[in-house]
Write a protein that binds this ligand. Sequence first.
Ligand code: GUN
Length: 289
Amino acid sequence: MNSISAKILDGKALAARIKEGLKKEVARLTSEGFTPGLAVILVGEDPASQVYVRNKQRACAELGIRSWKHHLPADISQEDLVQLVEKVNADPEVNGILVQLPLPAHIQTEAVLDVIDPAKDVDGFHPVNLGLLAAGRPGIVPCTPAGVMELVKESGVDVAGKECVIVGRSNIVGKPLAFLFLQEHGTVTVCHSRTRNLEEVCRRADILVVATGRPGLVHGGMIKPGAVVIDVGINRTAEGKITGDVDFASAKQQAGAITPVPGGVGPMTIAMLMKNTVAAARRTVQTLD
Ligand code: GUN
């Protein structure tokens, strides 16, 4: 009964298709004299953050988007960091600003995110953008949740009326994703570390998204046969291998569709960042028209 394997939702291929479309739009904007530009701010030497920033800048280069990296020492003051954000806010060549997280402990993350111009907040982390999302109004949508929704669409499953279970309540993934599913008329449950009967709640899901940072938290026994399973986790094993929050081998025996790690959500996050940056550039052109 469980011998049918799930459809693999190939985030790498989907991201490549989206980036091809964006590349054409970047070329068009460039021909009009409005090359999109992304400023990336990286504080300290966290190796994972350095990899993410490199991948984001590489995607910009592929698409013809300009990018600037501001690499600051780990002991930079909050005041100096805020000043840099204000400087890039005022730079007309910069359409998107991204402050790579996490920031060092002596810096209040909110105090930095709150000064980013909401129109340039291509991560969608500014409270104005999060508020617009909660209200179902147009704004900039955070990249990973937007990428998850594209992967759900790719599965062919219509969200309307479905049980959508999200494991993880972060401001970056779980909470914004809940609003996106609501907007598509899903019935949404958000689980977290205090959730009782997690296994039972997960088994109700027609669409299950896992974003906890706990490798292998969800296994095949927690998945309703035929469900769509989206694994947001990126964990490194002791051997240096990247694995998700879902035990892929057992989960794919139950799921109707499932994302791999790597090659699922990760590439989609970057594609959505590029999409947000191009959209921000397009809006500045429209404002000038
Ligand atoms: N750190 C982990 N994920 C993200 C992200 O999507 N954006 C930024 N800026 N930092 C992150």
